[in-house]
Design a protein around this ligand. Structure first.
Ligand SMILES: [Fe+2]
Length: 340
């Protein structure tokens, strides 16, 4: 262990170094803080024993500088005064102990041994804390990477599910994606939380998943559907829900899909729920679904265009469709914030 003694009185420096060297410590000494700083620059100092009252910079100022520049060095003050207020000050700035003159061998050795022991404990504590912080940082990065991979896998699975329906039903190919895009734009305009916007979008991407159970010739039938055929179509929200309900998504995707054909006044299907009993995400998809379906080509009719679609939701706001969601949808089209 290397100890730096700073004192303007040569006999004191000599005495302290003699006491320390006999005990096996390496001791260097400086007559003032300028010389002391030179020793510090050379490195390898573990502990400083510094006088307080010296010509020029005081020992307290010097020690403050040391603590600021060299966090691993410990310090003990050596003073002629036995002043309790002084003791308070030195402890406040982080000095471990102070020795009053006249110095004795035992007081120096007890103080130095304690200070070095405490310094060792603090250094090992610091190393442990740093190690812990590094470990937490590394684990956080690895967790974020895993979350990112999972999210990408989830996105991939949802888009693959969407393709499965669309391959069987070419007339609605792209319908789900366009509905999802519009639903997301509405959710963003409504300033929903990011998680809800994401859930709305992903539910939109697979909102017609349940159509997988409907015979392809009914889905692409050019003419009017019979009552029985329409009843089969009306099963698709429930089928979609049944397929997805066992999967623990971070969003209520199964329920959103179950409710995407419910209407404001309770005249929708499959449960006939009224507005306040449905999820906002489902009401958003319901409006986006109607707009996209009317604006686009269907097996039984050509595309009617966006103007007709917006007129339909405008007329149905407050009876068929959530008026707030409808208002936002009309707003984003009128402000050219969205187009298919
Ligand atoms: Fe649907």
């Amino acid at each position: 262990m290397s100890i730096l003694v700073v004192d303007d009185e040569k006999p004191i420096r000599q005495l302290l170094c003699d006491i320390l060297e006999i005990e096996g410590y390496t001791c260097v000494s400086a007559a003032d803080t300028v010389e002391a700083r030179d020793y510090l620059k050379k490195g390898n100092i573990d502990l400083i024993l510094s006088d307080i009252n010296m010509p020029g910079e005081s020992g307290l100022e010097f020690v403050r500088y040391v603590f600021d520049q060299y966090q691993d060095i410990a310090a003990i003050m050596v003073t002629a005064m036995d002043d309790p207020y002084l003791a308070e000050t030195v402890f406040e700035i982080g000095v471990y102990d102070y020795i009053t003159k006249p110095i004795t061998r035992s007081s120096v050795l007890i103080s130095v041994t304690n200070a070095l022991h405490r310094r060792e404990l603090e250094l090992s504590n610091k190393a442990y804390r740093d190690g812990l912080e590094n470990m937490v940082a590394e684990r956080t990065i690895s967790l974020e990477k895993t979350m990112d991979e999972l999210r990408k896998a989830l996105d991939g699975i949802i888009h693959t599910m969407a393709l499965t329906v669309e391959i069987r039903d070419p007339y609605t190919a792209g319908h789900q994606r366009r509905v999802a895009n519009l639903a997301r734009a509405i959710a963003i305009e409504m300033q929903l939380p990011d998680k809800s916007v994401e859930g709305t979008y992903l539910a939109g991407v697979i909102h017609d998943l349940g159509k997988i159970s409907i015979p392809a010739d009914i889905l692409s039938k050019p003419g009017r559907l019979t009552k029985n055929e329409f009843n089969l179509i009306k099963d698709h929200p429930q089928t979609g829900y049944d397929i997805l309900k066992g999967i623990e998504f971070p969003w209520p995707i199964a329920t959103i899909i179950l409710q995407h054909h419910e209407r404001f006044d309770g005249t929708g299907y499959p449960q006939g729920l009224s507005n306040e009993n449905t999820l906002l995400e489902a009401r958003i998809i319901s409006v986006a679904d109607v707009v996209e379906a009317i604006a686009s080509h269907r097996p039984y009719r050509p595309a009617l265009g966006i103007e007709v679609a917006l007129e339909e939701i405008s007329n149905g706001a407050g009876s068929m469709y959530d008026p707030k969601v409808t208002g936002i949808c009309l707003k984003i089209f009128s402000e050219n914030k969205f187009s298919f």
